[in-house]
Design a protein. Structure first.
Length: 641
């Protein structure tokens, strides 16, 4: 029993898919509409007399025809074709009713007095509504109430006469309600709401919704359905507004009717396109044909004028029916194939609207004896409402999908960034290790080829006795300097250049002092930390060593100045002496020594400039640091030895 209860409480599978919302909204709308129709046709109370039989006669006279005239008995509501030989035809209707008392207030209600007219009670005029004339076409889509003064009433038989002129192809005269004000007003207000107020509200809403939807479509043009829906809604709002206009001057009647045909047929065309595209059917040839058929028909009416009205209302309008039925058939196939709630709700709404359209077509042409109540203005908004809900659901689903994809993308990007940072860090560590290993290997090779070769040479000279003590000391000192330079450049993976330069300065200063040569060491704009790769540090030290060694050996100088500075991302080292200069120095030229210095500068991406004359020599080394220009943290005023 518990298992059965759980199964009964479980939601159906189709409800879990999120497709029940459009269906529920459609059901609610249809239920509201049905309740409204039921309230529309609530029977009148016993105190209200409903007149369903009348007599009518054709007459342009302003006075009622006598009994000898050709009066015809008809049932109300009455619709018949007017004579086609005249543009404006006069009609008289009269209704007989009985009253027991003539001293109580009585009201008359005309639910359908489309052409207006003048109302008489027992020969007394009790009210009038503007009717069609030679200058203005009038049609009233609303009920009308008139007070029947007791002075005009009689106990027993009474007669109501109505006179009006019509220009429409069919007459339109409805039943008449007679009774107390409260009951008559209740019926009047109910009919006024459904036939007039609701129509105006729907027309305004269609115009607003259509304009907003088109505004959304302008910002998101890849969604063609939004644009088509906006155009459909605007067309229906314009069509309803134009169709319900009570008064149209005859000078503008053709233009007014053209707007009506243009908006009505345009709505049909775009509804057909919407249904086909909603189902994924892109038929360019059919779309072009429908648009061409629509535009050519409207232009033809504008050129021909009112004589083409019967063709436009009949055959031209029916020409859209096969294509609309085809689009509905395609929608039904889509429902069967996809089991989509949106498609099912739309198919139900469009079938409902199509039935109401056929009903209104029968009303307009007086077919099948259908009473003159136009219902399409209620059915189409139901379909547009469902369309709007479907598109809104689609739009919100797109937003949800976009948000979800954005969150997923952000998470993936963040994860990828973390992975890239880790990979970059690992690669940086590996590059540093590889560079250090390669530099160690290179320096070991240099030690082997340089220091080792010098030691072997020194050893051979000592064994052979061909070298003096001073020569051996010089050779050993050079070997020791080379070894210390190599060891200083490998003091760490990221060599600090300033400490290495300080160690080099301390070693070289003693040699300069021993020979009586003054060394001036100046630092300018130096940062607190200056790092170079190990191989770059070694190359810079070797260039500086070679430059100072040339001063010791060849310059015959008294003072040598070393100036080190950092500016605009460049390390600049300038060695200047006051010796005899390159032009007169013996053994110093653009040979192997200076060439090696240039080669080392190129290896670290720098430049080496040498300036020499008869007095003094200047060597300038510029090395790019590969970093933004340093911010000056402190200035070293320099130190001289």
């Amino acid at each position: 029993m518990a298992r059965v209860g759980k199964q009964c409480m479980r939601r159906p599978s189709w409800a879990l898919s999120g497709i029940d919302r459009p269906l529920a909204i459609l059901k609610l709308f249809l239920l509201t509409l049905i309740c409204g129709f039921c309230s529309w046709f609530v029977p009148a109370r016993a105190s209200v007399i409903e007149m369903r039989t009348a007599e009518y006669a054709l007459s342009d006279s302003r006075t009622a025809p006598d009994d000898g005239h050709a009066w015809q008995v008809i049932a109300l509501p009455h619709r018949s074709k007017r004579p086609a030989e005249r543009d404006l035809v006069g009609y008289w209707y009269r209704v007989h009713f009985q009253l027991n008392k003539a001293d109580e207030p009585v009201w008359l209600l005309f639910p359908k007095l489309r052409s207006g007219g003048t109302i008489y009670l027992n020969g007394f005029e009790i009210g009038s509504i503007p009717e069609a004339d030679l200058r203005v076409q009038r049609r009233w889509f609303r009920p009308h109430m008139f007070f029947a003064p007791p002075s005009a009433l009689r106990a027993g038989a009474n007669m109501i006469s109505v006179r009006f002129a019509i220009r429409e192809p069919l007459t339109s005269f409805g039943e008449i309600y007679i009774g107390p004000e409260a009951e008559i007003r209740q019926i009047h207000d109910r009919l006024l709401f459904w036939e007039n107020t609701l129509t105006e509200v729907i027309s305004i809403l269609c115009l607003i919704v259509g304009a907003l939807t088109l505004a959304i479509w302008v910002r998101r043009r890849q969604e063609a359905l939004y644009g088509i829906f906006g155009i459909c809604t605007l067309f229906w709002g314009v069509r309803t507004f134009v169709f319900r206009m009570p008064e149209v001057p005859m000078d503008y009647w053709v233009a007014w009717r053209f707007i009506y045909y243009f908006s009505t047929a345009g709505f049909i065309v775009f509804i057909t396109l919407f249904l086909l595209r909603f189902c994924g059917r892109m038929l360019p040839s059919l779309e072009r044909f429908l648009v061409l058929y629509w535009l050519l028909g409207c232009v033809a009416f504008l050129v021909i004028g009112g004589q083409a009205r019967s063709v436009m209302d009949g055959w031209w309008t029916l020409g859209f029916l096969p294509f609309t039925l085809y689009s509905v058939f395609v929608l039904c196939l889509s429902v069967r194939r996809s089991r989509s709630g949106s498609a099912l709700a739309m198919s139900g709404a469009i079938v409902f609207a199509l039935l109401l359209a056929l009903h209104d077509f029968a009303v307009q042409h007086g077919l099948l004896g259908v009473e003159e109540f136009y219902l399409l203005h209620l059915g189409i908004p139901a379909f547009l409402f469902v369309m709007g809900i479907v598109l809104l659901e689609r739009f919100l689903e797109t937003l949800r999908l976009a948000d979800s994809m954005s969150d997923q993308l952000a998470a993936k990007v963040a994860e990828r960034e973390r992975e890239l940072l880790k990979t970059h860090e690992r690669m940086r560590i590996l590059e540093r290790r590889n560079a250090a290993a390669e530099e160690r290997q290179r320096i070991m090779q240099n030690l082997h080829d340089g220091v080792g070769s010098q030691l072997v040479t020194s050893l051979m000279l000592v064994r052979q006795g061909g070298a003096s003590q001073s020569d051996v000391v010089g050779l050993l000192q050079d070997c020791l300097d080379d070894m210390r330079l190599a060891l200083d450049s490998l003091s760490a993976d990221d060599a600090e250049l300033l400490p290495v330069l300080g160690s080099f300065r301390a070693r070289i200063a003693s040699r300069f002092k021993a020979v009586g040569l003054r060394l001036v060491w100046i630092g300018e704009n130096l940062p607190e930390s200056l790092q170079l790769a190990p191989h770059a540090t070694l190359q810079v030290l070797r260039i500086l060593q070679e430059a100072l060694a040339n001063v010791l050996k060849h310059a015959q100088a008294q003072v040598v100045t070393v100036r080190i500075s950092v500016q605009d991302g460049l390390l600049r080292i300038v060695v200047a002496d006051d010796g005899i200069g390159l032009a007169t120095a013996a053994g110093v030229n653009e040979g192997r020594g200076l060439g090696n210095m240039r080669f080392r500068a190129q290896k670290v991406g720098g430049t080496l400039d040498i300036f020499g004359a008869s007095v003094g020599t200047t060597i300038s080394l510029c090395v790019p640091l590969g970093l933004p220009p340093y911010t000056l943290t402190h200035a070293d005023a320099g130190m001289s030895t």
